[in-house]
Design a protein around this ligand. Sequence first.
Ligand SMILES: *Cc1c(COP(=O)(O)O)cnc(C)c1O
Length: 372
Amino acid sequence: MIPILDSKRQYAKIGKEIEKEVIEVLASGSYILGKHNKALQSEFSNFVGTKYSVGLNSGTDALHLALRALDIGRGDEVITTAFTFVATASAIGLAGATPVFVDINPDTFTIDANKIEAAITPKTKAIIPVHLYGQAAEMDKIMDIAKRHNLKVVEDCAQAIGAEYDGQKVGSFGDFGCFSFYPTKNLGGMGDGGMITCNDENLYNRVLALRNHGGAIRYYHDELGVNSRLDEIQAAILRVKMPYINEWNEKRRENAYRYNEMFAKYPEILTPQEADNTYCVYHQYTIRIENRDEVHKLLQENGIGAMIYYPVPLHLQKLHKSLGYKEGDLPLTEKDTKMVMSLPMFPEITPEEQQTVVDMVVKCLNMTKQAV
Ligand SMILES: *Cc1c(COP(=O)(O)O)cnc(C)c1O
């Protein structure tokens, strides 16, 4: 049995450190907006390379509050990709705005920057690029388009902490960077959590208020806000993990290159591409194959934790029925949705386990071919 992610191996290494910090928080009596939240915010800003960070309940809230802080809402359109987790688009909907989906570059799975301008209308207010699977979107082109059309940029960095484009970390390009600490992410908490990054002091203050019922001063409320704060236990756990993130990302990259080598003799299995000017952190290692659904089923039956991220693109979800998209509108997104499959990937996976995964993928693919 080789799972897609085995969090217990990480815990076996750093569990003692985590337990010590958590017990200290429990005894301290300070559980919300205490010293760990504050310290993590500044450590996070230092890491990403922004002036400010704000700890939140989730990555979804980070995206939602970023749009709220930019005054994006009813009647506004936000351009994004349909090849992502639902939260990217639901944040747009929660803010009251309308998502507009643009097709992907199939080599990188990220939004095709060359197709963004055709989707811009007088109602367009922002672009949300998603650094999917840990690969940075084309931030130079996206920032250039945003500047020329006076649009805001909110980066969905949920899968991409530490990823870089042209040597610069994601989350430091746009007006906001939005991160998730969901346990499966490269920097995962032990519960929900998220972080917003930005460089503008006014936007920073606005998010501080929005996460705390819309007021900077307790019991004085200037606008409609939410309760979305990163709790002290999560912040303490994340502070233990932060110093390891570069090492863990490096291990993921080594593992990805090892998979690439192992798959090299099988040209019918398409391995993920990494653009030259990016530092990909391989939140997922995602291949593309024919007969994907059958292969996936066989792998699961044989104890290989392969996963499909994501089986239905967002423009074809029932949730977005009222937007009026139909099959064929985003052909490259739809094609990849039918072919992608993510394989077990985490820093601690062994080369032997990787070889087992590769052998099983090849075997299962051959089985589906013989069955036809
Ligand atoms: C995980 C994820 C989110 C949402 O983060 P949560 O912390 O689970 O709310 C948003 N976008 C993408 C691409 C994600 O992978």
